[in-house]
Design a protein around this ligand. Structure first.
Ligand code: ZN
Ligand code: ZN
Length: 215
């Protein structure tokens, strides 16, 4: 599995643009190509994608973690470039996109959305996370981690042993919950990156637009 951070508060690869928001491309052999969240600004999203040689038409699935602008803002502009992608949203997602011919797939409970790709379902009425099952375990993608991390991890662990967490962790401080993870990439809105890096120096991976993580 290969994850490429396309949109982030910071830049990892020179030439890309940083902006508050998150979007990550997830690719795997025999699996659909997924765009996890769409950042805030569609023009920045498409421009960063272009610089990373990612063509919008190659994306099969869009997975929206939650209805906050920094995760959904790029969606409408992206869908101008790709009208065939299936868009998975949590029930709390409100949108006028329904009328534009795009079919939104509303994810309710924990569910397998494609082979080895799972949603936790919307937790605490706000956000879903995505787990990709690999040979090493489940790689968990989180938007902002608005629900408690304990709930996110315990829901996701039903899909397989957790290997990695990638995405925004907001004010997460219950650090011991990560003791069994092998890879931690806290980025976007994560407030306590330095503490995570200090506690998990081997597992910690710096995020930022352009960062590629292969598992
Ligand atoms: Zn949010
Ligand atoms: Zn966010």
């Amino acid at each position: 599995m290969k994850a490429t951070i396309v949109y982030d508060n910071t830049v990892y690869k020179k030439g890309l643009k940083a902006d508050w928001g998150f979007s990550c491309l997830v690719e795997g052999e025999g699996a659909p190509t997924i765009l996890f969240d769409t950042g805030t600004n569609g023009r920045i999203l498409l421009s960063n994608m272009k610089k990373l040689s990612i063509h919008p038409s190659t994306i099969d699935v869009i997975f929206i973690s939650h209805y906050h602008l920094d995760h959904t803002g790029g969606l409408a502009v992206f869908l101008n470039e790709n009208t065939r992608a299936k868009v998975y949203v949590p029930p709390s997602f409100h949108s006028s996109l329904d009328s534009s011919g795009i079919t939104l797939k509303v994810v309710r409970g924990p569910v397998e959305i494609s082979n080895n790709i799972y949603s936790t379902g919307e937790l605490e009425g706000i956000e879903q996370s995505m787990a990709v099952l690999t040979g090493k375990g489940a790689v968990l993608f989180v938007g902002c981690s608005h629900p408690s991390m304990k709930t996110i991890l315990s829901t996701a662990s039903q899909f397989g042993p957790l290997y990695a967490v990638i995405g925004g962790l907001h004010g997460f401080r219950d650090y011991k919950l990560f003791k069994d993870l092998s890879l931690i990439c806290p980025t976007h809105c994560t407030q306590h990156k330095a503490e995570l890096k200090r506690l998990y120096p081997e597992e910690y991976i710096e995020g930022g637009a352009g960062r590629v993580i292969e598992i």
